[in-house]
Design a protein around this ligand. Structure first.
Ligand code: FEO
Length: 391
């Protein structure tokens, strides 16, 4: 696609990956993704901010050639994950004079992951600056976005923030800047849910730090750039806050219809209580959609059939994922059925170790749900409605 100009002497040299459909062999990518890299040409020195995933390295190197970069002084590495750092050794082959600028933790990762020799690095500390002549880079350490070594780079003169993965979205696009905020809202929320949500507290701290900086453009490592930074900052403030919506998610698996009957009944009852409900049949659910709804749901009710006395394996996966993503839900419960014996409730509770909210009385039916089970579901719906009202 070639390079694109962002501001005078600031260029986008990243690559779109239109066809990629999963990330980390886990995350669905309905809109592909991009690996964003940037060149800043100062009056004295030239810097590249981040690289790209190795399968796309030729496109990055071609962009650098087309841009006429004959000498590269610095490669800034904001994050050591290979979708950005994996291309650095190839960049260093083409520009042997370049040094890799990063923090000590990221340096160790780059040595471990990519065998970049120690002498190729220039180490920086929090709030250090690097002059490129008429342009200045300032480095801000921002651990746990979403790895421990992550940092931001701020280009002072142009007021551009390069925050690595933060504020990104998995979305390939020929348009450099966000122009359809509605579309990007969903892509960015999905991305936040899958990657950033477990690190809400750290992100809150880093966002407070960013309040001290005048930011006109946010240039993340995935997806489009924001020339209206308030749009994404406001969304993040909402997502990382403790505020939850009057919404219940019911991820479930039903093998012979008993659990489905319970899920449908509970859904109906919750709607009567004026609560938004989303049942997710985990046999057909895109986990990205489920993760996205976890960002602000007040309650999660896990529904499962019993398989060999435990939860259905697909529900073990869904529950493990929910636990790993650390959503801010305040309430949880478990519904399900069994034939002759079940340790499902205990096993699900054990998986949900990170859940610090209140567990509401589970409803487990022996076989197809009967009057007493429906009554218990009525009570669960009432309890949830009461809890939501008190939020
Ligand atoms: Fe896009 Fe954490 O790498």
């Amino acid at each position: 696609m070639g390079f694109q100009k962002i501001r005078k002497d600031v260029y986008y040299v990243g690559v779109q990956d239109w066809d990629r459909r999963t990330f980390d062999e886990l995350i669905p990518l309905p809109d592909g993704t991009s690996y964003n890299a940037y060149v800043i040409r100062g009056s004295e020195k030239t810097a590249l901010i981040d690289a790209v995933d190795p399968p796309k390295i030729e496109e990055l190197l071609t962009n650098l050639r087309k841009l006429g970069i004959s000498k590269l002084d610095y490669v800034i590495s904001n994050h050591a994950e290979q979708d950005h750092s994996g291309g650095i050794p190839f960049v260093l082959e083409m520009y042997p004079e370049a040094v890799v600028v990063t923090n000590p933790k990221c340096k160790i990762f780059l040595q471990d992951l990519l065998n970049i020799p120690a002498e190729k690095f220039l180490e920086i500390k929090h709030e250090d600056t690097l002059s490129l002549g008429n342009k200045t880079l300032k480095f801000l350490l921002a651990a746990w976005v979403h790895w421990p070594e992550t940092m931001f780079t701020y280009l002072k003169e142009d007021k551009i923030l390069f925050p690595g993965d933060l504020f990104g979205s998995h979305m390939a696009s020929s348009e450099l800047f966000v122009w359809d905020e509605a579309k990007v809202y969903f892509a960015a929320k999905r991305y936040f849910a899958e990657i950033m949500m477990p690190f809400r507290t750290n992100i809150q701290k880093h966002m407070n730090m960013l309040k001290n900086y005048d930011i006109e453009i946010i240039a993340p490592t995935h997806g489009q750039l924001y020339d209206n930074p308030e749009f994404i900052i406001e969304q993040y403030e909402e997502w990382i806050s403790d505020k939850v919506d009057n919404k219940v998610l019911i991820p479930y698996i039903s093998m012979h219809g008993s659990v489905e009957k319970m899920v449908n009944y509970l859904t109906e009852k919750l709607i009567e209580h004026e609560i938004a409900v989303i049942p997710f049949n985990m046999s057909v659910t895109d986990i990205g959609e489920f993760a996205m709804e976890l960002v602000d749901a007040a309650t999660v009710v896990v529904g499962s059939s019993t398989v060999h006395v435990g939860p259905h394996p697909k529900m073990i996966y869904a529950t493990y994922l929910t636990n790993m993503l650390r959503p801010k839900a305040k309430f949880a419960s478990i519904i399900g059925s069994y034939g002759w014996g079940s340790r499902m409730v205990d096993m699900i509770k054990e998986i949900l170790k990170n859940f610090k909210g209140e567990l509401l009385e589970p409803v487990i039916s022996k076989g197809y749900p009967k009057e007493a089970d429906f009554k218990a579901l009525d009570e669960l719906a009432e309890k949830i409605a009461m809890k939501h009202k008190n939020l």
